[in-house]
Ligand binder design. Structure first.
Ligand code: DGL
Length: 278
C-alpha cells in the first residue's frame, strides 16, 4: 500500500479537482460542478473497466475507491469528489480515515429533502443493490426520515444501460417501469435518484412516474458543498481556464463515444494508470 498523499494545505488553488465514479454516471455531478465553478480544472475518472459497483462485494468497492483516490492525488488534485452513491454508502468513512488531509466531498441519496417535501408520506429511493443495503443509507433514513416511509428500490440493469448510452426507447422505458411499479403502487410521490447514472434516465423516469411525482437529484447540492469547502480552505480558482480531462479503466473508444453523448463537448479519454490494483 502506498503512503497517503501530502496534506491538501500544501496544494495550490490552481490544482485540479478530482471526480470519480464506477463509470460515466458521475458526469451528472461533473456538469453541476462545471456550471458552478467555471474556472476550475476538472479531472474525471470513470472506472468502467470495473463497473457496475452495485453488485460487487463491499471490500471490492472499497479497494477500487481507494485506488481511484490515490490516482487522483497522484495527479495533484486539491480535492476529491465521490460521484458515486455506492462508494459513499459502503466506504466513505474508510476513505476519510485513510485520507484525513484531503477534502473529500461525497454524494449521497437526497433522503432528507425528500422526507421534508413528501405529501403522501412515502418516498422512493432508486439505487444500486449495494446502496439499498448500505450502512450509509440506513443512517440517512434513521436520521432524517422520521414519520416517513422510505422504500429503497434496487434497479439492476439501469447502470449498464447508461454505460451503453441507451438513455431512451421502448426497452429502457420497460426497464424503468419495472422498478418504478412497486413504488408507485405504494403511493410514493417523491423519488430520489440514488445513483449518479440515473439522472441520465430522468426524462424516462419522469414520463413513467407521471406529473404528480417529484424526482430529486442531489448533484447540484454536491457542487455547492464542494464550492463551500474550497472557499473555506482558500482553494477556489475562479480565474482559471476551466478545462476538463477524462480517464477510463474500460474500453477507451467506447468510453469516448458514450461520454461524448453525455457531455456537451467532444471528449478525449485517456487510459487510467493506477498506482494500486484492487
Ligand atoms: N454511479 C454509481 C452510484 O452512484 C453506481 C454504479 C454502479 O453500480 O456501478 O451508485
Amino acid at each position: 500500500m502506498t503512503a497517503p498523499a501530502a496534506p491538501a494545505s500544501a496544494t495550490p488553488a490552481g490544482a485540479p479537482i478530482g471526480v470519480f465514479d464506477s463509470g460515466v454516471g458521475g458526469l451528472s455531478v461533473l456538469r453541476e460542478i462545471r456550471a458552478l465553478l467555471p474556472g476550475e480544472t476538472l479531472h474525471y475518472l470513470a472506472d468502467s473497466g470495473h463497473a457496475p459497483y452495485g453488485d460487487k462485494t463491499p471490500a471490492y468497492v472499497q479497494a477500487r475507491a481507494e485506488a481511484l483516490v490515490q490516482a487522483l492525488l497522484a495527479q495533484g488534485c486539491k480535492a476529491v469528489v465521490v460521484a458515486c452513491n455506492t462508494v459513499t454508502g459502503l466506504s466513505i468513512r474508510h476513505l476519510r480515515e485513510r485520507f484525513p488531509n484531503v477534502p473529500i466531498v461525497a454524494i449521497e441519496p437526497a433522503v432528507k429533502p425528500a422526507a421534508a417535501q413528501t405529501r403522501s408520506g412515502v418516498v422512493g429511493v432508486l439505487a444500486t443493490r449495494n446502496t439499498v443495503h448500505s450502512p450509509g443509507l440506513a443512517r440517512l433514513v434513521a436520521e432524517h426520515a422520521h414519520g416517513v416511509r422510505v422504500l429503497a428500490q434496487a434497479c439492476p440493469g439501469w447502470v449498464e444501460r447508461v454505460e451503453r448510452g441507451e438513455l431512451d426507447g421502448p426497452d429502457t422505458e420497460a426497464a424503468v417501469a419495472e422498478h418504478l411499479a412497486p413504488l408507485l403502487a405504494q403511493h410514493a410521490d417523491t423519488l430520489v435518484l440514488g445513483c449518479t447514472h440515473y439522472p441520465f434516465l430522468r426524462p424516462v423516469i419522469e414520463r413513467v412516474a407521471g406529473p404528480g411525482v417529484a424526482v430529486l437529484d442531489p448533484s447540484a447540492a454536491v457542487a455547492r458543498e464542494l464550492a463551500r469547502r474550497l472557499e473555506a480552505l482558500r482553494l477556489r480558482n475562479p480565474a482559471g481556464s476551466g478545462s476538463e480531462r477524462f480517464w477510463s479503466s474500460g474500453d477507451l473508444a467506447r468510453a469516448a463515444q458514450v461520454m461524448g453523448v453525455l457531455w456537451p463537448q467532444p471528449v478525449a479519454v485517456e487510459r487510467l494508470a493506477e498506482p494500486t490494483e484492487a
